[in-house]
Write a protein that binds this ligand. Sequence first.
Ligand SMILES: Nc1ncnc2c1ncn2[C@@H]1O[C@H](COP(=O)(O)OP(=O)(O)O)[C@@H](O)[C@H]1O
Ligand SMILES: [Mg+2]
Length: 326
Amino acid sequence: MITVTNLRKTYRQGERTITALDDVTLSVPKGSIHGIVGHSGAGKSTLVRCLTLLDRPSSGSVVIDGRDLTRVKDSEVRTARRRIGMVFQHANLMDSRTASQNVAHPLELVKTPKGEIARKVGELLSLVGLAEFADAYPSQLSGGQKQRVGIARALASDPDVLLCDEPTSALDPATTEDILTLIRNLTHTLNLTVLVITHEMHVVKRICDSVSLLERGRIIEHGPLQDVVGNRTGSLGKSLMPLPSTAVNQSLPELDLLLVGRSASAPVLSELTRRFDASVNVIAGTVETLAGSRFGRLRVEVDSPRPISEITAYLEDAGVHVEVAA
Ligand SMILES: Nc1ncnc2c1ncn2[C@@H]1O[C@H](COP(=O)(O)OP(=O)(O)O)[C@@H](O)[C@H]1O
Ligand SMILES: [Mg+2]
């Protein structure tokens, strides 16, 4: 479990004070994946550096599985850091070492006995699906395979936490899917706590249980994926489930519908046509499963003798979020 409380980090730049993190509070339960999204300059890298103790926060605390990292003595920083595995955008492997030698590296640094290293490295390479590539050099591996080696190396010290900084930003779509599936599976098998820094909403959709939006050092929106998507006032919901652009006809009333969970699985629209003697025409829409729940976003055109206010009231009652399109 990761708990960040009132974290602040300021930098001095000449006369100016730059607040890179401003009162950041978040918590990630064990066995789950939390996404941090934000534009360039939002403070994502600063957060990663504070979590890995590469940088000391100005105030606030970072607690990982009960241990307050901000209170760790300088002499214990290295040991504390071993509890956190890091996965980067580029695997940053050593070219002169084979896959297994790369994975072995963090274990050699702490003088793990040779036999144990061999056993552990074999286990890790199997875990990431690269058992046959143990003796391959990075130049002989694809981008996705290199990232798998990077993940195996991050897991070598049996960390409780995995910090992934843009883990798929350098990969093609198919490889991105593979790596995301691997991260998701490892989170479950090893009961890891995972933080994924990304600018890609796709990554959040595919693997995150919860998400925070960082802007100018502050978390301006956060929550479980289901809640964030259902929140009509926030910007994350619109980015996660955008309404496809439409050519507006304007002769009939149009409604934007957000169907969440129960309402996304129920025949709400066919019931509407019966009750209101309406014809409903879907102009645009998507239905997706996010964090195990179904979501639908639809724009519909409604032709009914009954007032539109009655129809929206019925839909809201059925658990659908409705906005009358302008
Ligand atoms: N070492 C530093 N000295 C001064 N300012 C910094 C330093 N590191 C980051 N910043 C500033 O802090 C803010 C957040 O930066 P950063 O964490 O790198 O954002 P992101 O990773 O989201 O792009 C930016 O305004 C950046 O200029
Ligand atoms: Mg950055």
